[in-house]
Ligand binder design. Structure first.
Ligand SMILES: Nc1ncnc2c1ncn2[C@@H]1O[C@H](COP(=O)(O)OP(=O)(O)OP(=O)(O)O)[C@@H](O)[C@H]1O
Ligand SMILES: [Mg+2]
Length: 387
């Protein structure tokens, strides 16, 4: 039986590697299997060994093709001369990438931005210029970076993200040049360039000793935003808009505000992050949405992944996970928030009033009052009156 289980997990591993097109890893893994099965299952080992050898000689060319070759059509990314770190990180996603969850308002303004770029020639012929730059503002984990990636995928171009650590890593006095090199590269290539966490420059201005250096960086960015070509799209993201230099702020064509998800967005997020486990957890949807209100998408995702892992491993049931979660959330709710939560639990679950009271900290009397259920004394009085 153990052997069967081993073979099952080996098979699953081979499939995973094969589907990820990690041909070299498949070969290494199969070679390990040949050694492992040699005594237990010699025939299988021999067969695998044969495939392995045949694969090497017959399809050496396609295998090599799968190994990444430097793309000659694409110029090399600029690097910091001293540390040799790349100043830009590149992402290329397929256009069918799942869109981020966006409010109707955001969907509209980003939809327009995409349309403008797709019909740039038409705009130009009418003497207009498509949006060249935008700044994304919002708390951590609401989808600023994710949306930049998705936008690039929709426009069919690469996303380059400026790596500030690499820009600043070099000798004092070089970061301005690094920044210029990175921006020049992005200007020459049709792409979306993201200056992620742009406040890091502004923030450091107040606590860094080398004020002059940071001022220079801001000056470079100021000039570049002004001169950005309409063939590219320059994005910046921050969760500290108050730290951004007002002169820089003014220069962006568009300000896009990412808000903490509202109730319907939280529900959509819970559904999406539950994936195939929605069938199991779906009955808790309203309660989860209530408990998650005020949280960012990434916090919601983190908790949901935790529930799914626990249930998948059988360490807890869905009900236990949800109860534990609500208990911890109730601690940070207002008095009225806890009452609302208790009423929802009373109406939508089969939990006893005792359990609900224990989970939410709301007294059973209060729960009865709001759910309209008679209190024990009233029940006795009612029975007496009926008798
Ligand atoms: N709008 C969204 N739709 C779907 N998933 C989201 C959304 N926002 C965040 N997420 C999830 O949270 C993760 C982190 O989001 P992201 O990196 O885009 O946040 P951010 O706004 O850039 O935060 P930070 O300010 O910390 O950089 C994403 O990879 C995704 O899994
Ligand atoms: Mg981000």
């Amino acid at each position: 039986m153990d052997e069967v289980i081993d073979i099952n997990s080996d098979l699953a591993q081979v499939v995973r590697l094969a589907l990820a097109e990690q041909s070299e890893d498949v070969r290494l893994f199969v070679a390990r299997l040949v050694r492992r099965y040699r005594t237990e299952a010699p025939e299988l080992a021999e067969q695998l060994d044969m495939y392995l050898r045949a694969k090497v000689s017959r399809s050496a060319a396609p295998l090599r093709k799968a190994v990444q070759r430097p793309d000659v059509s694409r110029p090399a990314l600029p690097i910091d001369d001293e540390s040799r770190l790349s100043l830009l990180k590149a992402f290329k996603d397929a256009p069918d990438r799942e869109p981020p969850l966006l409010s109707a308002e955001l969907e509209e303004s980003l939809g327009q931005l995409i349309e403008e770029r797709r019909q740039a020639d038409r705009l130009t012929s009418m003497g207009l210029v498509p949006t060249r730059s935008a700044i994304f503002v919002g708390q951590p984990g609401v989808g600023k970076t994710l949306t930049a990636r998705w936008l690039a995928s929709q426009l069919g171009v690469e996303l380059y993200v400026l790596d500030l650590t690499a820009v600043m890593s070099s000798l004092l006095g070089r970061s301005g040049n690094n920044l210029r090199a990175a921006l020049d590269f992005a200007k020459r290539t049709p792409c979306v360039l993201l200056l992620d966490e742009i406040d890091a420059i502004a923030k450091r201005r107040s606590d860094d000793t080398d004020v002059g250096e940071l001022k220079r960086l801001v000056t470079v960015i100021l000039q570049e935003v002004d001169e950005w070509p309409s063939t590219g799209l320059l994005l910046a993201a921050t969760n500290h808009p108050e730290l951004i230099d007002p002169a820089l702020w003014r220069r962006f064509d568009l300000v896009v505000e990412f808000k903490i998800p509202d109730l319907s967005a939280v529900k959509a997020a819970v559904k999406r992050f539950l994936g195939p486990d929605f069938a199991l957890f779906g009955r808790w949807l309203d309660i989860l949405a209530f408990a998650f209100s005020g949280e960012s998408f990434s916090d919601i995702e983190r908790d949901i992944q935790r529930f799914r892992r626990a249930v998948a491993l059988g360490t807890a049931s869905d009900a236990e996970m949800i109860e534990e979660f609500i208990r911890s959330r109730a601690l940070s709710l207002s008095h009225q928030g806890r009452i609302d939560m208790a009423i929802m639990l009373a109406k939508q679950t089969r939990l006893s009033q005792h359990a609900i009271s224990e989970i939410t900290g709301v007294s059973r009397d209060t729960i009865r009052k709001y759910t309209g259920e008679p209190t024990p004394t009233k029940r006795v009085a009612k029975k007496r009156a009926e008798a």
